[in-house]
Design a protein around this ligand. Structure first.
Ligand SMILES: *Cc1c(COP(=O)(O)O)cnc(C)c1O
Length: 401
């Protein structure tokens, strides 16, 4: 996509606006499948919590992707977008037993990450095959919010509890058909990933009737210049070799599964917002945009550094700005950032706005959620309308006072 295309879309559809480049999603999907092309049975399950628009889901379905879901509502959206139940895996944490049963009844693969749920489910539904999410206790990198493999994490069944898992399986005669791990976002080091994979292989040996091994995700994508990025090609080479050797040892062909979110959609996304005000204070120049953490919470929530470009004046002289939102509390997108000179009315473009951006948006300050556009074949397709006042009133009840 060109800068000019983005500017045209902002004019056509208004601001603030999310734009997703279909070609980039396809590119990333193919990059991943190419890196593992020597694996006979490869399965990519797109982690839809990253970006759950049904047109994006349809695009991924057409590419051959499966779906990783964390709530029954995500499962329902996936089915609505055209995924068949056998292409969906349900990897919840802390949901009710009834929800797990309901999803299993739809024919969706379930992934259990809790011993008591495993025992309960195996007792009640011994014929339904179940995948187990283990916690290998490996810190794959990132900060505390996004590393889910460590010892205090709420995710997964500890690797040290395998004997208990085996006892439950023996007692209930349930069928474990997959082993899963997801060490959290941001794998900085391939060696760490491979180390965790060894733990998964070790665990897998204890189960005789597996169909798949699921290595989760956490692939890192660059957010700014010189950021580290997971070397997918190198990971592909090394893990494929190890996986093929394991298959031999295990004595049967297995499916190798991944469930990337960020890797597939982060870089495909652009968030466009208009500068309402320039405000010079004694210490900085603020650029205040017509959005806030209600639309893009990652900078405030995770400290994420989204690159920002002034697409209205891309060749302008660079100056330092603090980019803030219009929410009535501290709402900073970027501190002291070098950006081409900004005038009121300019359109700023936030990069890496595909993953965990719109899907985490809210109506805080009673603002409308933005529209979403899919850029495909050189054209912008509206895939979500901007909200309207009626949307704010929906479900509210004004009682007699
Ligand atoms: C969120 C999540 C993912 C996707 O993580 P990314 O960092 O976006 O690739 C994969 N698997 C599970 C179980 C998740 O909860």
């Amino acid at each position: 996509m060109q800068t000019k295309d983005l500017l045209d879309l902002a004019n056509e559809f208004g601001n603030p606006l999310y734009v997703y480049d279909a070609e980039k999603i396809e590119f990333q999907y193919k990059r991943l499948t190419n890196a593992f092309s020597k694996v006979e049975k490869l399965r990519i399950n797109y982690a839809m919590k990253a970006l759950s628009n049904i047109s994006v889901l349809k695009l991924l379905n057409n590419l051959g992707s499966g779906l990783d879901t964390v709530s029954i509502q995500e499962v329902q959206l996936g089915l609505h977008a055209g995924f068949t139940p056998d292409k969906i895996i349900f990897t919840p944490n802390g949901v009710s037993f009834e929800e797990i049963e309901e999803v299993a009844a739809l024919g969706v693969q379930i992934n259990i990450d809790n011993l008591s749920v495993l025992e309960h489910f195996g007792t009640k539904h011994p014929k339904v095959p179940v995948c187990i999410r283990i916690n290998p206790h490996v810190m794959a990198g990132g900060n505390e919010n996004i590393s889910v493999g460590h010892i205090d994490s709420k995710f997964g069944i500890s690797i040290y509890q395998i004997p208990h898992i085996l006892r439950i399986v023996e007692n209930t005669k349930m069928h474990i058909n997959g082993i899963h791990m997801h060490t959290g976002s941001d794998i900085l080091d391939i060696e760490v990933f491979l180390y965790a994979a060894e733990i998964l292989f070790d665990a897998a040996k204890q189960f005789k009737d597996l169909d798949f091994l699921d290595f989760g995700s956490g692939f890192k994508v660059p957010y700014k210049k010189d950021d580290i990025e997971t070397n997918i090609e190198e990971l592909g080479k090394k893990l494929t070799k190890r996986f093929l050797a394991f298959e031999k040892e295990y004595g049967r062909e297995l499916t190798l599964a991944f469930e990337p979110g960020k890797f597939l959609v982060s870089e495909a996304g652009y968030f466009l917002a208009k500068v309402n005000v320039i405000k010079q204070t004694t210490s900085t120049v603020f650029a205040g945009i017509d959005s806030g953490f209600n639309h893009l919470i990652r900078p405030m929530f995770y400290g994420s550094q989204h690159a920002i470009e002034n697409i209205s004046n891309p060749k302008g002289k660079e100056r330092f700005y603090t980019v803030v939102g219009y929410i009535c509390e501290t709402d900073t997108f970027a501190n002291n950032r070098r950006i081409a000179e900004i005038h009121e009315g300019d359109i700023l473009c936030f990069k890496n706005a595909g993953a965990y951006c719109f899907s985490m948006a809210s109506n805080y300050n009673s603002r409308f959620k933005p529209a979403e556009v899919l850029w495909k074949n050189g054209k912008g397709h509206l895939i979500r309308e901007r909200e309207k006042f009626e949307d704010l009133l929906q479900n509210q009840i004004m009682i007699e006072i």
